[in-house]
Design a protein around this ligand. Structure first.
Ligand SMILES: Nc1nc2c(ncn2[C@@H]2O[C@H](COP(=O)(O)OP(=O)(O)OP(=O)(O)O)[C@@H](O)[C@H]2O)c(=O)[nH]1
Length: 672
């Protein structure tokens, strides 16, 4: 009850009203099990007028007896697909059909809980839901994990599938196989999971399930008879999906008699209850009150609460081998329940599970408060947000122009944008993000330098720290293997785009009569900012792209500085390939001069390599007198205009005596 009150700050003033809360325990029989239901009603809330009325959201928490689900009646599966092919919509239908959520129009994409997910219509964080499904007179426990589709979040997919024995591979009946379909298929295939291909959106006018079935046969070698055709939107054949999950996905091969072994496959931080770890039980059982140990830290904790997700938390007494659920055990920091860690019972140690490779940041950017007075508030917001997104790497940084800040590593540009949006929406923080850079490497030239830096090959995540050529044997740049799938009408244009980005074609195959799949090796730097946007626009939205790490290659790199009125601005510096230095210097100067507004004096924007200026643009002087059209003495109107101008300035950062818009740092890298 307290947890319901505290978030609203209502605990003390309304303590007397607690007598008005009704707590009833009732027993209900359903699906062969008896559930104890705790119903909490908040009659008192109705009388509070402006306070949020919670009476309608009376919490009904069913407590389930999980001993009724032995491993052979459990199926653990993920839904994987290319972005927008309908994973979350299918998850909604499965939740509705099995009674986990009500069938209402407002219950849309219920597993997309974050504001940013709902606004952008994309899944960013994998979510788990336990469903009860009646099949041939038996109740099965189906644990579903909905995963994100975008390449930046494929780390979430690989973690999720480690808790599963099978996947539903969704393919849009109109778009067919896309680049992330291929990438996700291989994640599941390499993990040796059962793969059920599901062709979704068959209700669309342009749906062509036959063509998609042929593609699935050609690309994945899965016979077309194994595909299920559905419309997640209308619910067509969704029941068949549940039947096939039970039939084709094997139960987890685990034994309840073994000692408890739990894999932490996700963890989040709750401000009131500490770390909530999502676990998959690879053996044994764990109950409330047990002492558990983290294999990674060797530290022990008492289990305060555990349960299943439907998708809200439902506490239970015990979780058993093969099941998936959450544990709250007084862990105060996310590193105490590190993703990939193994949990076991105190005095019953087990061999730790292999865990996961740590997430590897692909782009780094500086992050600074708009105003140094906001530094402490931003630090606290960053600490909280990184607790819930452990794939972000963070270290302190500072710059002459922007003051104290941080250098953050992200899995890609969308990840960076989503993180920034969450900072603004969830923590009301406004930040400057500097131009993103990929992690370059430099092989140092002498034993003295190696001693000074502490290693022979250093990683450069900030252009300001780019070592001079005289100190370096060779520079290395990160490479990726990119997969592009496109209708063949666009192949010519796309090949020109790829060559312009220093891409080397590795192969090209037809996946059906009209669509080709091309593989290219690219320098990561060339595709990280705006490649995807250009690919989409030149193919009228039809081409898709995905990439994976392909190691490092030697490259002729140089650092390019940008000067505003003769002063170098460290945060604008970029690392570029030598062959592209002149063209990018010129283009960035142009973009900078377009994004910095005219000011009361002339501004020179210059690009320089070492002491040599290679490009220049001039921003002409201009004074915007916002009061010019304000005749007479209407003081309120004058105040309004001045306030508006001051708000505009808040979005700027002063560098020297020049106001630079906060978006200028990123927009300079975006080619039109
Ligand atoms: N016509 C039709 N539209 C569908 C169907 N299934 C999903 N959609 C629509 O397709 C869009 C994307 O659906 P989502 O369920 O958000 O897709 P997703 O795969 O979860 O997307 P990400 O999580 O961003 O990768 C939404 O507008 C859905 O309403 C279907 O069966 N038929």
């Amino acid at each position: 009850m307290m947890s319901l009150l505290r978030p609203h700050g209502l605990f003390l003033p309304f303590i007397k009203r607690l007598t008005d809360i009704k707590v009833c325990r009732v027993k209900r029989r359903s699906q062969g099990c008896t559930y104890n239901i705790t119903v909490i009603r908040h009659r008192w809330m109705k009388s509070l007028g402006s306070v949020r009325d919670l009476s309608s959201s009376a919490t009904e928490k069913e407590t389930f007896d999980m001993s009724k689900f032995p491993a052979e009646r459990i199926r653990n599966f993920s839904i994987i697909a290319h972005i927008d092919h309908g994973k979350s919509t299918l998850a909604d239908r499965l939740l509705e059909m099995t009674g986990a959520i009500a069938k209402t129009a407002s219950n849309k994409q219920v597993l997309d809980k974050l504001q940013v997910e709902r606004e952008r219509g994309i899944t960013v964080k994998a979510q788990t839901a336990s469903l009860f499904y009646q099949h041939h007179g038996q109740t099965y426990l189906l644990n579903l994990i909905d995963t994100p589709g975008h390449v930046d979040f494929s780390y979430e997919v690989s973690r999720s599938i480690s808790a599963c024995q099978g996947v539903l591979l969704i393919v849009d009946a109109n778009q067919g196989i896309q680049a992330q379909t291929v990438a996700n298929f291989y994640l599941a295939f390499e993990a040796q999971l059962a793969i059920i291909p599901v062709i979704n959106k068959i209700d669309l006018k342009n749906a062509d399930p036959e063509r998609v079935e042929k593609q699935i046969e050609t690309v994945f070698d899965i016979p077309k008879e194994e595909c299920i055709r559905i419309s997640a939107k209308l619910g067509t054949n969704v029941e068949q999906v549940l039947q096939e999950v039970v039939k084709r996905i094997p139960p987890p091969a685990v034994r309840v008699e073994d000692p408890f072994k739990g894999l932490v496959f996700d963890s989040t931080f709750d401000h009131y209850r500490g770390v909530v770890a999502n676990i998959a039980l690879f053996g044994g059982r764990v109950s409330r009150g047990d002492r558990i140990v983290s294999a990674h830290l060797g530290k022990s904790f008492e289990v305060n609460e555990l349960g299943i997700l439907r998708p809200d938390q439902h506490p239970t007494e015990t979780l058993y081998a093969g099941q998936v659920g959450y544990v709250i055990a007084g862990m105060k920091e996310v590193k105490e329940a590190q993703i990939g860690d193994t949990l076991y019972l105190h005095k019953q140690p087990v061999e730790a599970l292999p865990g996961f490779k740590p997430a590897k940041p692909m782009v780094f950017a500086g992050m600074y408060p708009m105003d140094q007075s906001e530094y402490t508030a931003l630090r606290s917001a960053l600490e909280k947000l990184t607790l819930n997104d452990s794939s972000v790497s963070i270290q302190k940084d500072s710059s002459l122009a922007l003051g104290a800040g941080w250098r953050l590593g992200f899995l890609g540009l969308l990840h960076m944008e989503v993180f920034n949006q969450r900072l603004e929406q969830e923590y009301n923080a406004s930040v400057i993000i500097t131009a993103p850079t990929v992690p370059y490497k430099a092989v140092l030239a002498s034993a003295k330098l190696i001693k000074e830096y502490g290693e022979e090959v250093i990683t450069i995540i900030n252009p300001a720290q780019f070592p001079d050529k005289s100190k370096v044997l060779e520079y290395l740049e990160p490479m990726v293997t990119g997969t592009i799938i496109t209708p063949d009408d666009f192949t010519g244009k796309i090949m020109t785009l790829c060559q312009g980005r220093r891409g080397i074609q590795k192969n090209m195959v037809y996946i059906d009569d009209h669509r080709v799949m091309m593989k290219y090796v690219f320098p990561l730097n060339e595709i990280v900012v705006d490649f995807y946007d250009q690919l989409k626009s030149m193919s009228s939205g039809y081409a898709s792209f995905d990439y994976e790490d392909a190691g490092y290659e030697a490259a002729d790199l140089i650092k390019m500085d940008f000067l505003l009125n003769g002063q170098p601005v460290e945060e604008l510096a970029v690392i570029v390939h030598k062959d592209k230095a002149y063209s990018s210097g010129k283009a960035i100067c142009e973009r900078l001069s377009n994004s910095i507004p005219r000011q009361m004096f002339e501004i020179a924007v210059q690009a320089a390599i070492g002491s040599k200026i290679i490009a220049r643009e001039t921003i002409k002087a201009f004074r915007k007198n916002v009061l010019a059209k304000c005749y007479g003495g209407d003081i309120t109107r004058k105040m309004k205009l001045l306030k508006k101008q001051a708000e505009g300035k808040k979005k700027m950062r002063r560098i020297g005596n020049i106001d630079v818009p906060k978006d200028a740092f990123i927009s300079v890298l975006k080619r039109k």
